[in-house]
Design a protein around this ligand. Structure first.
Ligand SMILES: Nc1ncnc2c1ncn2[C@@H]1O[C@H](COP(=O)(O)OP(=O)(O)OP(=O)(O)O)[C@@H](O)[C@H]1O
Ligand SMILES: N[C@@H](CCO)C(=O)O
Length: 324
């Protein structure tokens, strides 16, 4: 569940009085998500998401997210806009929390994507990357390659071994490998960094919205493709790779940005990096979240299985065969 702060209609009425968006008709907490408190707000004029930023989003980063979404929206990408009040303010305080009123986008997130849906997602990602080529703000990636070893240490050897025997050695060996081979010659730009299926809204086969940009940061651009590939192209538990979904995602992306030689050569490393990032954050949460907490812990081993898959160079070669 993700309603950490409760809100009453009176508080939301008071907030909405600053905007030209009509009067409150319905207010409902949204269960999905784990980072922020989200509410569905229906007014006499339209529908909105009201997000209250809880401890994991640093309020100092909000101007970066605002500018990023405005830039993408102005470039025609399907992302929600932050709504400004009559004084031009988009950042408010409600119940003592920083809060924003955000455009509501139609669509549902899929759990078992088809090739066509993956194609549309790849295209939306490529379009976004193209649009961000002239976006000038930056935000360091606090979960990038240099953060993985310290994060693994914070998980502790015992913690990692409690999840799977041998996991600790595997994780530290992977840190050695990725630190040695992480690409330094590819374009760096603002990326989404967490484009899992639950952060993509779809209507039928078509993307209607990309949401949840709160991990967005400056990074090797193709790493975003790697993250998205690792999130979309496997069964949830990571045991089954779906070659059709992979082909759809890559071809949608390549409609906007070519998979040039440098990108193709770096992808095996970037894909392994994406797996290690989610393996480690899930391990950390697994170890530090009580089993009976309201937030459901995500299975870390689902990303160890993906890491195993990508570590076999033949798999990535087959996937990219069409582009060489
Ligand atoms: N702009 C939007 N339009 C429509 N629905 C939205 C929008 N933003 C968020 N939602 C809904 O709210 C849910 C939670 O939003 P979001 O993923 O941003 O939360 P979060 O707490 O940051 O989640 P996460 O755990 O994925 O980081 C989404 O799954 C979606 O159903
Ligand atoms: N999308 C992530 C959670 C947010 O980083 C995961 O599934 O582990």
């Amino acid at each position: 569940m993700a309603v950490y702060t409760q809100l009453g209609p009176q508080q939301v009425d008071t907030l909405l009085a600053h905007y030209d968006v009509g009067k409150l008709v319905a207010l409902k907490g949204i269960a999905e998500g784990v980072e922020n408190s989200n509410f569905f707000v229906q007014t006499t004029q339209s529908r909105f998401i009201l997000t209250l930023y809880e401890n994991r989003v640093n309020p100092d980063d909000l101007p970066f997210f605002y500018a990023l979404l405005k830039h993408l929206h102005d470039a025609g990408c399907k992302v929600p806009q932050f709504i400004t009040d009559r004084d031009g303010q988009w950042l408010q305080t409600i119940a003592g929390r920083p809060a924003c009123l955000i455009e509501f986008l139609d669509g549902v997130s899929v759990t078992e994507p088809t090739e066509a849906q993956a194609h549309s997602t790849g295209a939306a990602l490529g379009h976004m990357h193209q649009a961000l080529a002239d976006f000038t703000l930056s935000r360091p990636n606090s979960l990038g390659v240099s953060a993985w070893r310290p994060l693994a240490s914070r998980c502790t050897v015992e913690g990692l071994e409690s999840i799977a025997t041998g996991l600790s050695a595997r994780v530290f060996a992977e840190c050695d490998y990725l630190e040695a081979y992480w690409p330094t010659d590819l374009p760096v730009a603002a990326i989404h960094a967490d484009l899992f299926p639950d952060n993509v809204l779809m209507l039928g086969d078509n993307v209607s919205g990309l949401i949840d940009f709160y991990f967005a940061c400056s990074e090797v651009r193709a790493y975003d493709l790697a993250v998205t590939h690792s999130a979309w192209c496997f069964s949830n538990d990571g045991t089954a790779f779906d070659a059709e979904v992979s082909a759809g995602l890559l071809s949608g992306y390549a409609d906007y940005l070519p998979l040039d030689t440098a990108t193709r050569e770096a992808l095996p490393i970037l894909l392994r990096g994406a797996c290690l990032r989610f393996l480690l954050t899930r391990c950390y949460d697994w170890i530090n979240t009580p089993a009976n907490a309201l937030v459901t812990r995500k299975d870390p081993l689902a990303f160890l299985r993906r890491l195993d898959f990508y570590s076999d160079g033949r798999h990535v070669e087959n996937m990219l065969g069409h582009y060489t």
